[in-house]
Design a protein around this ligand. Structure first.
Ligand SMILES: [Zn+2]
Length: 275
């Protein structure tokens, strides 16, 4: 369903170069804020209308972080077996995977998706495309390393997928016995067996980021990455806070149930660039 474990995905140089996609034909072209999403589908496809509808509903998500700069090709394969063949590996719980300018999607008919589920998934994957296009070029985006929580949390928040993951109360309980320095790493390492926890933690870390630093921090981080900064340096430049300090604050906010409203309210911090 989601594009996780990015370094492994990078083993696939492009979806369009692999055998299972050879039979797909261009069946539609949907502009998202003027940049086309090219829909490639099997010739007997019955679901082009559903896909175009879901794509148009995903437009606000695409727009939020500055929009696409390069056209995206959406390859729709008929079933999960073809999806895994195109991906080059077994991924029993995924239905889609994003790269810089491509999305590989298992046909919504094969996993019973309605238009809202499809909108959320496409918004998630398109957010990855926008992120990758903003942080680098087609040649160097794979060299920019993002923390799992930032990459996936940004996509789940933008796609409005909170209901798919544990609540803050559930996360607070799960995090209680975990050393704070290990919480994000452990969650990422366990994603294949407990993806709801890993994605839930990522989701709420990004909610915390946006509440504290505002939406403006995200394009600033991506722009600094594009300039060649590491994520940690980009994060510090955009927020004025060390990444590790932010992670501790976010984890303590969840673990100590700051979301219940005890103590001082969470304040938006000024951007260092606004000074
Ligand atoms: Zn993802």
């Amino acid at each position: 369903m989601r594009a996780w474990r990015l370094p492994v995905a990078l083993a696939v140089s492009c979806f369009g170069c692999v055998g299972p996609l050879a039979n797909l034909k261009e069946v539609a072209r949907t502009p998202l804020d003027g940049v086309p999403v090219v829909l490639r589908h099997a010739p007997d496809a019955q679901e082009v209308e559903l896909l175009v509808d879901a794509l148009s509903r995903a437009t606000p998500a695409v727009r939020r972080w500055g929009g696409l700069s390069t056209a995206v090709t959406l390859h729709v394969v008929p079933h999960h077996r073809a999806f895994e063949r195109a991906l080059g590996r077994a991924e029993p719980t995924l239905h889609a995977w994003a790269r810089y300018d491509e999305i590989l999607l298992e046909s919504p008919a094969s996993w019973g998706a309605d238009v809202e589920q499809l909108r959320a998934l496409l918004a998630h994957e398109l957010t990855h495309c926008v992120t990758f296009q903003r942080l680098g070029t087609a040649q160097d985006w794979q060299q920019r390393v993002l923390p799992f929580w930032f990459r996936e949390g940004l996509a789940t928040v933008t796609a409005g997928q909170a209901a798919d993951f544990p609540t803050l109360e559930e996360l607070a309980g799960a995090l209680r016995p975990v050393p704070i320095d290990e919480a994000f790493d452990r969650a990422e390492r366990s994603v294949s067996v407990n993806y709801r926890h890993a994605y839930g933690l990522a989701h709420h870390a990004v909610v915390f980021l946006l509440r504290r630093h505002g939406d403006g921090a995200v394009p600033q981080i991506l722009a600094a990455l594009r300039e060649g900064k590491s994520f940690d340096d980009a994060f510090k430049a955009a927020t004025g806070v060390e990444r590790l300090a932010f992670e501790h604050d976010a984890l303590n906010y969840i673990r100590l149930r700051g979301f219940r409203g005890w103590g001082l309210p969470l304040k938006t911090l000024p951007s260092p660039r606004a000074k």
